[in-house]
Design a protein around this ligand. Structure first.
Ligand SMILES: N[C@@H](CCC[C@H](N)C(=O)O)C(=O)O
Length: 295
């Protein structure tokens, strides 16, 4: 099957974007993996599918697959690219669109400077909804909130890591590190991603706080490995930092691929306040590719 695609990136987190508004392509997990493959396919951290929505008042449906072929609930950098895609392809002329995702409704807005701001909805803190299995674990009071001290393996010398656990529609575990460039992302990332306490696996964030308004962040993403940036990871890290008493309500997150600005008014009384994320969304190229049949 020959398909048209658009390659996009947001702060270096890269995507293959597919227009399925005129009909579903019916791709299998293996075919998503092929598109994401950097040697045999196009190459991407995630595949984004743009579909029509059935609910009145909702403009589009946005479906996300990780590079490993698994469907996931949410993708922040992808949401900004989604917005640029539907505008550039003439699928809408609206400045704000309402988009259905597996995690609920989000609302990307195109700014005059070309960046995109996304209302990502509220963070989720209840362990069962992350999902995170907290049975028998004691939360450690930390800076006005809590962290969970998890042994990363059953070996005697296993590191025990304090993690802030929350969901932005998808699961995140965030730890504070003194120096993000020297952080053990490659070694601890896969262990945290597949820790048995996270039944649907988890995205593992490593955050260095530089000031109350500036952090550096690296994320080992579930289903994709370390990426140059993770939008939901940036939202989760900032929300965690605010709840831990370390950050103000507006924070610039410096990733390896660019800067994302995250705003959350939750500590002013309403933990259900939405998180806003602003950052770049860039089209790289478009093309066609033959996707092998499976079987
Ligand atoms: N890169 C994304 C997150 C994509 C999904 C994530 N890997 C997961 O499995 O939850 C972002 O920008 O948020």
């Amino acid at each position: 099957m020959r398909i048209r695609f658009t390659k996009m990136q947001g702060a270096g987190n890269d995507f293959v974007v597919l227009d399925e508004t005129r009909g579903l392509l019916g791709l299998s997990p293996g075919q998503y993996r092929f598109l994401a493959d950097r040697h045999f396919g196009v190459g991407a951290d995630q595949i984004l599918s743009v579909r029509t929505a059935s609910d009145p008042g909702v403009d589009f449906q946005y479906v996300i697959h990780n590079a490993d072929g698994g469907e996931v609930e949410q993708c922040g950098n992808g949401a900004r690219c989604f917005m640029r895609f539907v505008r550039e392809q003439g699928l809408t002329d609206k400045d704000v669109v309402r988009v259905q995702t597996l995690a609920g409704l989000i609302a990307p807005r195109m700014n005059a400077d070309g960046r995109v701001t996304v209302d990502m909805g509220p963070p989720i803190f209840e362990p069962a909804r992350v999902p995170f299995d907290d049975a028998g674990l004691d939360a450690q009071p930390t800076g006005g909130w809590q962290t969970w001290h998890l042994a990363l393996s059953t070996e005697a010398e296993s590191p025990i890591v304090p993690l802030a656990v929350l969901s932005m529609g998808n699961p995140h575990a965030v730890q504070l590190v003194p120096d993000v460039d020297g952080a053990p992302v490659a070694t601890q990332g896969p262990l945290i991603e597949r820790h048995p306490r996270f039944p649907q696996r988890v995205n593992a964030g490593f955050m260095q706080v530089q000031s109350r308004g500036q952090v550096k962040l690296r994320v080992f993403e579930r289903g994709a490995g370390e990426t140059l940036a993770c939008g939901t990871g940036a939202c989760a890290a900032v929300v965690a930092g605010i709840r831990l008493g370390l950050l103000d309500a507006r924070v610039d997150v410096h990733t390896r691929g660019g800067v994302l600005t995250i705003e959350w008014a939750g500590e002013q009384g309403d933990l259900g306040a939405p998180v806003f994320m602003t950052g770049p969304a860039v089209t790289v190229f478009s093309g066609e590719i033959d996707v092998p049949d499976e079987g």
